[in-house]
Ligand binder design. Sequence first.
Ligand code: PMP
Length: 439
Amino acid sequence: MAGCLCPDAHVDTWITADRDHCWHPFTRQGEWEKTDPLVLVGGSGVWLTDSKGRKYIDGNASIWTNIHGHGHPVISQAIKDQLDQVAHTSYLGFANPRASELAERLCGFFPDSGLERVFYSDDGSTAVECAVKMAIQYRLQTGEPDRTEFIAFDQCYHGDTMGAASLGGVGAFFERFRKFGFPVQHVRDLDELLAVSPEQIGRTAAVVIEPLVQGVNQIRPWPEGMLRAIRHWCDQHGVHLILDEVMTGFGRTGSMFACQREEVVPDFLCLAKGLTGGYLPLAATLVQAEIYQGFLGGAEKAFYYGHSYTANQLGCAAALANLDLFEQEQTLELLPEKVDLLGRLLNELAERSDLVIEIRQCGLVAGGELRAPDGSAFPVTDRVGETVCLLARDHGLLTRAILDTVVVLPPLSITADEIRHLCAALEAAINDWSHEQTF
Ligand code: PMP
């Protein structure tokens, strides 16, 4: 399908069916129904193709999932080979070869650390959801029934299922559901964590954080050393550490996992998005052996949690191929140059533009914040970030803004030339927008 020119009649049918029957995530549907959506039909490398044959750089890695590019023959072949065996089998009561191999490979990234059990689920939200439920149940059955609350960070995002949403700190998404969730204390930074009262500590099962950089909070890197300090605090107070590496996992920040950059080993490690290279939905929650031990025993200690597609064989096969590619294509070894180039070009862009107030970056996760020339924030209702991203399409770039921060998070396989194209397209879009303004 890649590169195809779809007959207009088909495209019209898809758009009509979308308008009549589809409901998109995080979308103002009232407006959506009145616009002609871009219909994506193909992908090759970092490029996506729409139904009219136009090509765009996937600047958002298809919601932060894609690692080695689209249509990669190694991942495609792994999925096809698995399809010839079997697509999906129950993981409730049965093992499967790909899930066994993958669990061993994932734990192999953390040798002798105790992080040696893998619980599979389907997406980032459920990877966090099950960590939270495990953290609660562990306390209930190991003699600490009052330690079932959580500490998370302001403006954090850990997914949309009710447990993950309870942790969430983005008011616009989660406030209306707050009273239906469980108690979470939100802290702004390390200092506020260190100042949490002894009473609160005594009630706390775990601290939850996106290590090194918050994604949905407009790409905000944490101060260096903070993760290590949090690990130390957790150890001192008998609190578990849940790391949400749904976005940062699989090379995004420069090492395979962000926690490795500060030599921190969590009690729970939540992985999804890039786990399958962005090809199929699959998630994994890695758990410390000691916590797992707390679930051994009779029926009363079992973890009653799971999904129909847990440990899907196609997903696990894609994930194994994804890991193979890191070695075959030297993905991590080639990354530092790309990270430097992206940072340099974005900062040069910011110097030329009086609208880009700040570039925030951590590995191949970057955001450029737009402000008015006098430095003031644009009114939220102006939706400047969103408009700039729409204009970028005319220059061959697909990406997304979070408020007025344009997110740049391409597949790790992006080349230097493609990084240049991406930055040039972004600059052209910002210029297009500013030419229409009277400041
Ligand atoms: N945690 C983080 C840090 C995320 O960025 C996301 C998704 N943006 C999630 C969890 C939720 O993942 P999913 O959308 O796959 O449920």
